[in-house]
Design a protein around this ligand. Structure first.
Ligand code: Q9C
Ligand code: ZN
Length: 342
């Protein structure tokens, strides 16, 4: 399986994440993907290709224009306002304060477009974000042109990003881009399987009203886990999308027995949906030693998960999402790919 990867991911490395009232080194850091690269090479998966430039057309089609303009100019506006630090949201439009009007003031705009405030934006975040999207696009193009599967080693990740919000370390939804690309290439029905520990709220939001893209997510229950406000089992889609969303929220301490049961159910739903292509949001933060998560998967479990996903027999693009037990991220992510390849 070929990997698409851009060195430009390094251009996104904020100094700080707001965590427990402290500014700490972000959990989502460049070394994460270095471990994945090292493990790919160790296992002989050395077909690693730079994706080149992102195709802006599909990114514009999927995104709110004001949101893209914000991401492009946020740093300059932040500096022009005289702020010395990285961009962190402090004032967000919460319930009964939502009029849908983005402020002119940059501090207000940051809050308007943020869904959480742990994620800082720096001068070169946008460049890294586009390189991540480019990997998803190139991997999908590779599968469309006949490869059975491809791995987009995306960083920053994407599944929390909506058409008009960033947060949870995500800015542009790479998995959603991949799914739309499959649709544009002629696949009538596409499925997205999100095995990241966190609910893929962004991906769900993008496709919630659509019947052509099925979204399934296995994640920590919203009562207990970020993003806290979405990912309940009774969110099943709306309008044309009714029945095309499947959420599997699970409790602290969940191990592979229960988790793999949910995976099998998601897989059978995807089969019944009649998907012609698959996008996997490949987070490995369900790992037992992940510092910000609470599932108990072990490294061999990820290989077994890959094997089960392969049972769908679908052309597949894997998009890297989360995973913060740094030294194990490479083993766990590559285990999924190796399990898939059999
Ligand atoms: N300060 C992904 O896995 N909550 N995003 C941070 C620690 C946000 C996770 C808690 C977690 C976001 C792609
Ligand atoms: Zn995650």
């Amino acid at each position: 399986m070929r990997t698409y990867f851009s060195e430009r991911h390094r251009m996104h490395f904020p100094q700080a994440e707001l965590h427990g009232g402290e500014l700490v080194t972000p959990y989502e850091r460049p070394s994460r993907v270095e471990y994945v690269l090292a493990r790919l090479k160790e296992r002989g998966l050395t077909d690693i290709v730079d994706p080149g430039e992102a195709d802006m057309g599909p990114i514009r089609d999927m995104s709110d224009p004001g949101y893209l303009a914000f991401l492009e100019s946020a740093w300059d506006e932040w500096k022009a306002a005289g702020f010395a630090g990285e961009i962190i949201a402090t004032s967000t439009p919460v319930r009964r304060m939502q009029t849908g009007r983005p402020p002119r003031n940059i501090d207000g705009k940051v809050g308007y477009y943020a869904l959480a405030s742990e994620t800082a934006i720096t001068r070169t975040t946008w460049e890294a974000t586009l390189s991540s999207a480019a990997s998803a696009q190139a991997a999908t193009a590779h599968v469309i042109s006949g490869a059975w599967a491809a791995f987009a080693l995306c960083r920053p990740p994407g599944h929390h990003a909506t058409a008009d919000m960033y947060g949870g370390y995500c800015f542009i939804n790479n998995a959603a881009l991949a799914a739309e690309q499959f649709r544009a290439s002629g696949a009538g029905r596409v499925a997205i399987l999100d095995i990241d520990f966190h609910h893929g709220n962004g991906t769900q939001d993008i496709f919630y009203g659509r019947g052509d893209v099925f979204f399934a997510s296995l994640h920590g229950a919203p009562e207990d886990a970020f993003p806290y406000f979405l990912g309940f089992a009774d969110e099943t889609g709306e309008g044309d999308g009714e029945g095309s969303t499947a959420n599997y929220p699970m409790s602290p301490g969940t191990g592979y027995g229960e988790w793999s049961g949910a995976l099998d159910d998601a897989i059978s739903r995807i089969r019944a949906f009649g998907a012609e292509a698959l996008v996997v949001s490949l987070g490995v933060d369900a790992f037992k030693d992940d510092p910000i998560s609470f599932f108990k998967l072990d490294s061999p479990d990820f290989m077994d998960a890959g094997r089960r996903i392969a049972g769908l027999g679908l052309p597949t693009v894997f998009c890297m999402e989360g995973g913060y037990a740094i030294e194990a991220v490479g083993i766990n992510a590559v285990n999924v790919l190796e399990g898939f390849e059999g």
